[in-house]
Each structure stands twice: as structure tokens, then as C-alpha cells.
Design a protein around this ligand. Structure first.
Ligand code: GLU
Length: 476
């Protein structure tokens, strides 16, 4: 990376500074919101393969203006304090923007999970969780982790079990972590929530012709050509949903060992199946051109790019070569502050991370509420909704028969109308609503103020304003 490139945390701070410069906040409050409240570093040993291995982990709390604080736990070799603090800050703003009632936090463990067997990972995860639980850095009322890069449902199930073992009388134990499998208290739709959120964000963007025109594009999502970087949990779902449900042509994908290009659009499920059968490699996938230097596809000619892998991939070294007029940041921090400035100057429209990838924490919020209420969403209402709808359908049919009108309701319509909403439908509807409202709150600032030229700055302003209001209400 370029030597002039600031660190990830500095990058987030610079974006924060740009936004607060046009806000009417006292310098003291600006500083209070910006700083990371605390970062706990733990080094612990686990006996594996006959030897003690020492691991380093972090849990950083950026802002406790609302509690619990929320944010994932990442497993990667590159994890460090700077990164965890940057991600924790982004969680604060993200939660504020989508009105998830949490402060921001993030955790990380320096580990390459691929180097360990499942039972070893379980031992390591339980030990890390133990260290965090005993300091209330995992707790349903104070700090609620979730998956992030390198972790998923499996790790969350170990964490919740560890918490329950250590807090045998806590009736809300299941709410200590989100992103759990269904049988450990998870919620339908959480795994794909971030990818769904990216889809809903793009749909909302394309509902506003003025915004689409700002990106020098026209029309709707259908037929647009996209490049997706990273087919992990976020990118794979986003790419699949966009291509199969919105007619987006995913012409390029970028993975660890190279990229694939297809002018007619890739079959994402087929690529995923290929990767599964070939040790995670995309090389050799039939019907597409393999591109050894995958990252070069970020610069390809397309309508929008979806960086869905990790931070800093669009930076000072490649920003001026990015041709796509629209970028949606599905990962956290994929564009550095320096690259952001270059792209803004070029007129590239950026749908910022704190909004674009907020689907995950939004559904995490639903999961946490579900755990605290100890009941599945829809369980009380579903059949009542069906009975009410049935009443209307039957009345219409009776009327038609009585009056000899000869109407008949299309059976497909009837089936769909009669069905009460289950948990998955409710989760999707809540997520869709959240993504629409959050976008609208950003665009109001974007278009409504002449000192704001981009969505990221607008997102920061909306978020910081809400955090500031929270602090003020506490008398700070
Ligand atoms: N790790 C995800 C994020 O960066 C999800 C966080 C959560 O659900 O708490 O937003």
C-alpha cells in the first residue's frame, strides 16, 4: 500500500472530521464522539497438538451512548488494535444510521482459521469468549458480538453456549450474541442479511432517478453490469440475489486466487459450487475468462462495483483508474480516505459502508429482540392474519355468487394473500423498511444542504447528529 495512505482508523477519523466540520457541535462533544472509549487486549494460551499456543484478541468499545454495544468478532491474521478500533467506530455510526439502539463495538482474534481443525477452533473460541465474558465484554445487556470476517454461525453457537455455562441463571443468555444458528436462538434470514441489505440498498438507490443520474446512469437495476469483489458471506449472497432477482449482470468477480469475467454475466451459484469443489479456487471455471490479477477487475468498465471483502482495497494506488461510476461498499472501509477524495473529485457516487452493509446488524437487532422476548416473530399473529384474510376472501366469493357476478379470485393470488407472515417474511420486511428509511435520511442531507456533496458525508452527519442527541440527553 502507498506510504501516504493513512491507517484504517485514521481514515475513519478523517471522514468523521470532514463531516463534523460542517456540524454545529461543541469541540468537546466532537472529540467525545470520535474517540474510542476502550480497547481490551487479551493474550491467552490454548494447549493444542501437545503445545501451548498463545493467541492475541481484542474487544474494542467505541461508544456507549446506548447499551448494549454491538459489533462482530473477526478472525484474521491481519487483526490489530487500529483495525478493531476503526471497525468499532463504524459500528457506532452504522447503528445510529439504521436506528438500531446500540453503541458501537468490535472484536478480533489474530488467527488464520484455516490452519485449525474444528475442535481446535472450538477450544480457541471458547477460551476467547471466556476471557471476554468474565469482563462483561460479552453480555446481553452490555456487549453483544456477532459474526464478521472468518466467523459465522458455528462460532456464535460456541460463544452462546460458553456464556450460558458461565451464567446459568441468566434467563436472557441467548441474547449475549447474534448471528447464531436457529437451534441456538438465531433468527431466520440472518446469514444472508448483509447481502440482502446490499440488494435493498441498491434497489432504493435506483428508486431515485435524480441520484441515479448523479452517477451518470439511467433506468433501473435490471441489466446493469456489476463487478463483485469477494464471494464470502456478504458478496456471495449479494451477487446471487442481484443476479437472480434483479436481473443484474455480474460480469466480474474477484476472489483470493484471481478473478472471473463474463460479458453475459456469471451464474453465481455455479461459481460458488465450482469453488466448493475446487478448494476455494475460481481458476478453470468454465464459460468465463480467468484473470490472474483479480484486483485489476475493480478497474473494469461496468456500472457498479461491490467491494465485499475487506478494508483498503480501493486506495491511492488504484483509485484514479476506477471506471465504474457507482461503488457500493458492502465491506467495512473498502475505500481509504485518500481514495475517497480522488473518487469524489471524479464524480464517482459511493454508497457508504455504514449504510450499505448495515443489513447484518439490523437483523442482529431483530435477533436480539427475539431472544429477549423469548418468542419467534409471527408466532402469535400468523394464523390470526390468515383468518382475517380468509374472511375477506370468503365474503368476496359469497358476494360474487349471491349477485351472480361470476368473479373468481385467481388461486395463486388467493394462496399468497391468505398466507400470514412467518419470521423470514417479517425479517425481510423489517430490513427492507430499515434500508429505505436510512437511505432517505441520508439523501435528505445530501440534497438538502449545499455544504454536503456526497452520501458518505451525509451518512456521517445523520449518524453523528443522533449520537450527539443521545449524549446531550444524558446531560453531557
Ligand atoms: N460484523 C457485522 C458488521 O460489521 C455485523 C455486526 C452485528 O451484527 O452486530 O456490521
Amino acid at each position: 500500500m502507498n506510504v501516504n495512505e493513512p491507517s484504517f482508523r485514521d481514515s475513519v477519523d478523517m471522514m468523521f472530521d470532514r463531516a463534523v466540520a460542517v456540524m454545529n457541535l461543541s469541540p468537546g462533544l466532537k472529540q467525545k464522539i470520535k474517540v474510542c472509549n476502550s480497547t481490551y487486549t487479551v493474550r491467552f494460551g490454548v494447549r493444542l497438538r501437545g503445545e501451548i499456543h498463545t493467541f492475541t484478541g481484542y474487544r474494542s468499545v467505541h461508544s456507549e451512548h446506548m447499551e448494549p454495544v454491538k459489533g462482530g468478532i473477526r478472525y484474521a491474521m491481519g487483526v490489530n488494535q487500529d483495525e478493531v478500533e476503526a471497525l468499532a467506530a463504524l459500528m457506532t455510526y452504522k447503528c445510529a444510521l439504521v436506528e438500531a439502539p446500540f453503541g458501537g463495538s468490535k472484536g478480533g482474534l489474530c488467527i488464520d482459521p484455516r490452519q485449525y481443525e474444528e475442535h481446535e477452533l472450538e477450544q480457541i473460541t471458547r477460551r476467547f469468549a471466556y476471557e471476554l465474558i468474565k469482563r462483561d465484554l460479552i453480555n446481553p445487556a452490555q456487549n453483544v458480538p456477532a459474526p464478521d470476517m472468518g466467523t459465522g454461525e458455528r462460532e456464535m453457537a460456541w460463544i452462546v453456549d460458553q456464556y450460558a455455562r458461565m451464567n446459568t441463571t441468566d434467563i436472557n443468555a441467548r441474547a449475549c450474541v447474534t448471528g447464531k444458528p436457529l437451534n441456538s436462538g438465531g433468527i431466520q434470514g440472518r446469514v444472508e442479511a448483509t447481502g440482502r441489505g446490499v440488494q435493498f440498498a441498491l434497489r432504493e438507490f435506483f428508486r431515485h432517478p435524480e441520484d441515479v443520474a448523479a452517477a451518470h446512469l439511467s433506468g433501473g437495476l435490471a441489466g446493469k453490469r456489476a463487478v463483485v469483489q469477494g464471494l464470502g458471506n456478504v458478496g456471495s449472497h449479494a451477487a446471487r440475489f442481484l443476479s437472480t432477482e434483479d436481473d443484474v449482470k455480474v460480469v466480474g468477480i474477484i476472489e483470493r486466487d484471481g478473478g472471473l469475467w463474463s460479458d453475459v454475466g456469471l451464474d453465481i451459484q455455479a461459481v460458488l459450487d465450482w469453488m466448493k469443489a475446487h478448494g476455494g479456487s475460481v481458476k478453470g471455471f468454465p464459460g468465463a475468462t480467468y484473470v490472474e490479477n483479480g484486483a485489476s477487475l475493480l478497474e473494469a468498465d461496468c456500472d457498479f462495483v461491490v467491494p465485499a471483502a475487506m478494508e483498503g482495497v480501493i486506495n491511492l494506488s488504484n483509485a484514479d483508474r476506477i471506471r465504474a461510476p457507482l461503488i457500493i461498499e458492502a465491506a467495512n472501509g473498502p475505500i481509504t480516505a485518500g481514495a475517497d477524495a480522488i473518487l469524489r473529485k471524479k464524480g464517482t457516487i459511493i454508497i457508504p459502508d455504514m449504510y450499505a452493509n448495515a443489513g447484518g446488524v439490523t437483523v442482529s437487532y431483530f435477533e436480539w429482540v427475539k431472544n429477549l422476548s423469548h418468542i419467534r416473530f409471527g408466532r402469535m399473529q400468523r394464523r390470526a392474519e390468515e383468518a382475517r384474510n380468509r374472511l375477506l376472501v370468503e365474503e368476496l366469493e359469497t358476494l360474487s355468487a349471491d349477485q351472480g357476478l361470476g368473479w373468481s379470485l385467481n388461486s395463486e393470488f388467493k394462496n399468497r394473500y391468505l398466507r400470514g407472515s412467518d419470521e423470514l417474511e417479517l425479517v425481510r420486511s423489517g430490513l427492507d423498511d430499515t434500508m429505505r428509511i436510512a437511505y432517505q435520511s441520508m439523501r435528505e442531507v445530501w440534497h438538502g444542504r449545499n455544504d454536503v456533496d456526497d452520501l458518505r458525508m451525509a451518512a456521517y452527519i445523520v449518524a453523528i447528529d443522533r449520537v450527539a442527541a443521545s449524549y446531550r440527553a444524558k446531560g453531557l
